[in-house]
Design a protein around this ligand. Structure first.
Ligand code: 5GP
Length: 200
């Protein structure tokens, strides 16, 4: 990838139920001018979700065509089932234009990003929960996932938590302390923007 990119890509990662979506919703309010690219996925749309908000929901065939055509900057099969992927074009364009981008991906996606995005343009943040039990209760509270899917997500959570050390930053999201977690993420963002010569 072009070495003269001036933007900054923040990757938010962490196990299912840790609160990545909530953190990103807070960031959207605080930094509405950042770019929050939409990913593509083959998973089913859930009640309350809208196509084009966080994801474009596409078929497996369309996704595999996108892979063959090299449209994804990174893609992965997450929780042993569905495909998820970030499009290349919007990310590269934003990085060239000196924009700040925030996207959540799974651990495999974060590893792939590290291979293709120059380190000076990439900041990886891993959100941690206090225990597997807390994650499980948060996933169960969503209420819309079948038991087999919850089990798959817990297996992924164990694998993901083992890789927290591979990230630039680790941030706790403890029960009922979302404000503290969001505050910690904002501090990281502002310090990194300063370092990169970009302003918040
Ligand atoms: P969910 O189905 O709960 O929305 O997301 C499942 C997992 O997929 C989460 O860990 C989420 O971070 C991850 N994910 C979301 N978008 C992407 C993406 O574009 N690429 C990759 N690799 N993972 C993603």
């Amino acid at each position: 990838m072009d070495k003269n990119l001036t933007g900054l890509l923040f990757i938010i990662c962490g196990p299912s139920g840790v609160g990545k979506g909530t953190v990103i919703r807070h960031l959207k309010k605080k930094y509405p001018w950042f770019k929050y690219p939409i990913s593509h996925t083959t998973r089913e749309i859930r009640p309350g979700e809208k196509d084009g908000e966080v994801y474009h929901f596409i078929s497996r065939e369309e996704f595999e065509k996108g892979i063959k055509e090299g449209k994804f900057l990174e893609w992965a099969r997450v929780h042993e089932t569905n495909y998820y992927g970030t499009l290349k074009k919007p990310i590269i364009e934003a990085l060239k234009a000196g924009e700040v981008i925030v996207r959540e991906v799974d651990v495999q996606g974060a590893h792939s990003m590290k291979k293709v995005v120059p380190a000076k343009n990439l900041v990886t943040i891993f959100l941690k929960a206090e225990s597997k039990e807390k994650l499980l209760s948060r996933i169960a509270k969503r209420g819309e996932l079948p038991q087999a899917e919850i089990r798959r997500r817990m297996r992924s959570a164990e694998r993901e938590m083992d890789q927290a050390d591979d990230f630039n930053y680790q941030v706790w999201n403890l029960q009922d302390q979302i404000r503290k977690c969001v505050g910690d993420v904002k501090k990281i963002i502002e310090a990194e923007l300063k370092k990169a010569g970009l302003s918040a």
